[in-house]
Design a protein around this ligand. Sequence first.
Ligand SMILES: *[C@@H]1O[C@H](CO)[C@@H](O)[C@H](O)[C@H]1NC(C)=O
Length: 283
Amino acid sequence: MAFCKLLLTVLVLLHNSGLLGNEVRSSIIGAEDAQKERWPWMVHLNMTSSGSNRVKWRCGGTIVAKHWVLTSAHCLANNPDHRRSFVTVGAYQLQKAAKSYMAIANFVPEFDYQDLGNGNYKNDIALIKLKNPIQFSKDVAPVDLPDKDDTFGPSAECWITGWGEVGNVPLPDPETLQQLSISIMPRSTCKKTYPQIACNTLCGANSKGRDACKGNYGGPLVCRKGGKFLQVGIMSHGSPGSCGLANNPGVYTAVAKYLNFINDYVHFSENPSAFLYCKVTAS
Ligand SMILES: *[C@@H]1O[C@H](CO)[C@@H](O)[C@H](O)[C@H]1NC(C)=O
């Protein structure tokens, strides 16, 4: 851990001094600018840690309901301060005006989230509750979730989106949302690369080294079913300690395995009267 931090610091210093050059310029390796309004559920998480050191980092996330954003639990692992962190909705180019900042009420990681080491996470899913409801519009809307039995294989049309970076090289101004078409890899193939892979995950093939990287984690993997996209995965991690290495698939939390976790919070909070049916009355 200490070594990783040191390495990161060295890389940041190298980057700031310009020694790494400018050759890598896309946030998600191999990606292209997204079409505007195509991914209206996409949010940016601007995180700042608690305490005096104020570490900053970014993640992706998605709108699942008026008060709720879905992301990965490891995006919450650095002890973010909910008063200093915020969610940006309706953004296309992060450095341009049209967007709103939403204050955070609290963070809800999955109760059995675990960092298994080597960049491998178990139950890497979390919800963020917003203080105020999101106003939906043509470029701000909730994502649809899969049914628990939906499965998506290598032939499904799937995409990842994000504003993250590659190896400490940030997306250049005005930071336009990136999209990348990706296909789901059979689990048996994925297990050959990651024998220890956590349950309830999906692997995205990246044969040309196309991958999600730092700052994109927590963002969505969506796949087409009929006429619409469903959020099938959450970007969890790439190759251990790296990303975009050919033959090292990106790993995604399988959203369909966590519908109870999502519904327990989101459904009851958006429909308070539903509590009436399961309230235990003392007699
Ligand atoms: C994130 O928040 C900081 C202030 O805490 C701000 O300086 C920075 O521009 C923000 N980044 C984005 C992409 O909104």
